[in-house]
Design a protein around this ligand. Sequence first.
Ligand code: C5P
Length: 404
Amino acid sequence: MGNPAGEDLEEKTVVFGITGGIAAYKAPMIVRGLKRLSLDVHVVTTDSAGYFVTPLVLQTLSGRPVLTEMFSEVPGSSYEIDHIALADQADLFLVAPATADFLAKLAHGIADDLLSCSILATKAPVLVCPSMNVNMLSNPATRDNIETLKRRGFHVLEPASGELACGWEGAGRLPEPDRIVSEVKMLLSRHDLSGINILITSGPTCEDIDPVRYITNRSTGKMGGAIVEAACLRGARVTVISGPVGIDYAPWATLIDARSAGEMLDAVRENLAGCDVLIMAAAVADYTPQMYSQNKIKKGEKMTHLELDSTPDILSTIRPLKESRIFVGFAAETDNLKTYAQDKMIRKGLDMIVANRVGEKGSGFASETNSGVVLSQEGVLYDFEHMAKETLAHKILDLVKDKL
Ligand code: C5P
């Protein structure tokens, strides 16, 4: 099945190069994040990195000696040539932070220390995370070096903007350790959905009554978010149309905000043409207030009832545009799960429906796990019980892949 957290990564080796920028202080957190993915991590530092982060902490967290010296005579060593051994072992090289000086070396093929020499010798993908003062970053020399590296197939995680350690404001911050670790995870994952465009709806919709109040439901976007992340990790091009949620979607997805069912319908219509698969994981509100009050309805106005209209059914509305696309719907039910879901699948013209049990602990809204069943026109495809949403997301994508 797919690649739930770590499954594909366990046997993989990352050579983590740290160069001498102030952001090297974040390196131990990166090592920790990589180890959490069960990766084998070999840390290589440049001489100047040693001023910012000590080998002891990196060695303790990685569980391996930290390498810096190109020409070390270690008594009883295996006589392996260090830089070639590293170059060959690596499934990925990560350099974070990558200083302007180090980027210049890489762009010009200079190999005067263990890290630069190993990268010159490797066939593995290389991810560099530039981090430096804003003016050093915008200097044409640095920009050209970064462009050269991109052209040669290096992966570049652009720095974030904000307050810099040197006192300047602007671009140059090393992205947070979690962001760097996610990028490593994505690059090392099996890209079995590359070339596939997936449109995913997620979260609740909010139907406004006045500028203060609205009708919504308990959806948090966790299930949709897990599918977005899994699809991105597997190389799909993902667009997510989301109602208001408190979660962050995977950074590789294109995010479109849609507040109400009406806005979500418009966004789905606009983005359907380019997609091969539509996964409707959003809990779209079924009713919307007939009237929207521009002004806040005052407490004293005694609102005794609310006139409601049905929202448009998105899936039924776009059904005529389906063509050869795969449509996957979701159903949240407290009882008669299979019967209701099957009926919904046929009524809405779906290829597949994921029916979740709601109203019990460990399944449905806001929960980390889900229980239920996946149905297709052929019958039951998969039963799941208290399954992590992340694992279920991969399973759903496996089933979608079988239909492509
Ligand atoms: O019938 P019900 O609304 O429960 O069906 C759920 C499925 O239909 C979900 O996939 C949901 O995203 C989708 N849906 C829709 N338009 C609505 C309500 C739900 O497409 N107005």
